[in-house]
Design a protein around this ligand. Structure first.
Ligand SMILES: *[C@@H]1O[C@H](CO)[C@@H](O)[C@H](O)[C@H]1NC(C)=O
Ligand SMILES: *[C@@H]1O[C@H](CO)[C@@H](O)[C@H](O)[C@H]1NC(C)=O
Length: 452
């Protein structure tokens, strides 16, 4: 894997638009690349090998493990994987840290032999807590301890106590239920809460592939999304950038889109720049939701500005949401796994209102295969996107800058958030936008929805 990153470092500067180098003598070093691949995880899979699974499905489970772990760099500095297969008794297939490359891990996963027997899930969890996690070679390193319990049926022993013991020892518990024989309450008892985040279901082993990306994303969120945003009655994993970027301290308060909302005035003499390491210490998750509620006024409505951007130390764009007032489009920039950065442009008649001096909410749902742009809760466009790669975190994160320049621009801003869970896209409404909320101009559906 490593050689890929090195290659990328050299190719990226040839293709991306970049600011004048801030420090010509300093190369971006590989150590400052951050993302899910390079997260520091001790990952233990606790896999059902009882008779009900069968040889074919057990092979599918192995292939699923290979697929899940392939999105993480395996090695002493990054993710270490152990597998416990269980039936009546747990069997340690290999301990944490035994495999030091992705290829070694794949070979080991492939050669696992199906056990057969009863289903003693509780005993297997206890075994992982007491014998597998503690034998990690990395004792002095900050790391995520994550257990993923994959089961197709009801346990014949008690899972409640052993799962509670694991969680007490700061092991993050995921439960993956496969098939119709599973007991939902048991999975909920095994997993961390909320169960909506930590319990996953697949209809059967043939469809387990469908929850591959969700599983990868959820493992990733544990390292990349340490902070939470209080939203309604729940805490969402994500980044409250008005606070993180110190906008709430630096900028003057102004009235927002509704009487109940406050906003901030960013001006051309106010620099909103922070070290990326302080904002996104582990990079970005593969999927996320970017939400900004802004009011653009002339002259910004006909300029090209980066509403938000992450720059490497050398000024290469690692991620950006660019508002192009010259043609009333919105441009999203991200890194790419095996190449230079990627740029997608959203262009649609309906985007014009964003440049019309009123409050609007812009939302971009970034996923592994595409990016979806919403304006005031209406889907505007979906554009294909390649999987994003890690980002350099040794540079700066900035808000409201002229494109390719360090000059600040004047905008009004009410919300600036990045949610890690792509599902949040559905929960995040644009009720704060007057026109959406106004029964005179809105459909009754939205009116009722926003006023309930
Ligand atoms: C693993 O990935 C391969 C290649 O993308 C795919 O064909 C296969 O169905 C996946 N298997 C599982 C169980 O996820
Ligand atoms: C950008 O401009 C601000 C002042 O507006 C300055 O403090 C900061 O150092 C500049 N950053 C870079 C990277 O030139």
């Amino acid at each position: 894997m490593k050689s890929v990153w090195v290659l990328r470092i050299f190719t990226i500067s040839m293709f991306t638009h970049s600011l004048p180098a801030q420090d010509l003598t300093h190369e971006d070093d590989e150590d400052s690349l951050a993302g899910c691949r390079t997260a520091v995880n001790d990952l233990v899979f606790i896999v059902d090998g009882s008779w009900s699974v069968g040889y074919t499905d057990f092979d599918t489970a192995k292939s699923w493990l290979i697929n899940i772990t392939s999105s993480f760099d395996i090695g002493p500095a990054y993710t270490q994987v152990a597998v416990v297969q269980y039936s009546d008794a747990p069997r340690l297939e290999f301990p944490l840290g035994q495999h030091r490359t992705n290829q070694q891990l794949i070979t080991a996963l492939k050669s696992m032999k199906y056990l057969g027997g009863n289903t003693q899930t509780g005993r297997a969890i206890k075994f992982a807590t007491e014998n597998v996690f503690p034998t990690s070679q990395r004792t002095n390193v900050a790391k995520n301890r994550i257990a993923i319990v994959v089961t197709d049926g009801k346990s014949q022993d008690d899972v409640i106590q052993s799962a509670a013991q694991a969680r007490d020892e700061n092991i993050i518990m995921f439960a993956v239920g496969v098939g119709s024989e599973i007991t939902k309450s048991e999975l909920v008892a095994i997993a961390n809460s909320p169960s909506t985040d930590y319990v996953l279901y697949a209809e059967d082993y043939t469809t387990i592939d469908k929850i591959k990306e969700t599983m990868q994303q959820k493992i990733c969120e544990e390292s990349v999304c340490p902070t939470r945003i209080p939203v309604a009655s729940r805490d969402e994993k994500g980044f409250e950038l008005l606070v993180g970027m110190n906008i709430n301290k630096k900028a003057s308060k102004i009235p927002g889109s509704l009487a109940t909302k406050k906003a901030y005035l960013l001006t051309s003499d106010l620099d909103v720049t922070e070290d990326t390491r302080d904002i996104f210490p582990e990079g970005l998750p593969p999927s996320y939701v970017f939400v900004a509620t802004v009011r653009l006024k002339s002259p910004v409505t006909s300029q090209v500005i980066d509403l938000w951007r992450i720059l490497s130390k050398r000024g290469e764009v690692q991620a950006a949401v660019t508002l192009d007032g010259t043609d009333k489009s919105v441009i999203f920039t991200a890194t790419q796994i095996y190449a230079d950065s990627q740029v997608v442009k959203f262009q649609d008649e309906r985007l014009k209102v964003l440049y019309s001096e009123y409050w609007h909410q812009l939302k971009i749902l970034v996923r592994n295969k595409n990016a979806v742009l919403f304006l005031d809760d209406v889907v505007i466009q979906t554009q294909p996107l390649e999987e994003s790669g890690p980002i350099f975190i040794n540079g700066k994160t900035q808000v409201a800058k002229e494109e390719k320049s360090n000059n600040s621009v004047t905008i009004e801003i009410q919300k600036l958030r990045l949610y890690c869970d792509p599902e949040q896209s559905e929960r995040e409404t644009a009720c704060e936008i007057y026109s959406v909320n106004d029964p005179r101009v809105s459909t009754s559906y939205i009116f009722i929805f926003c006023n309930k």
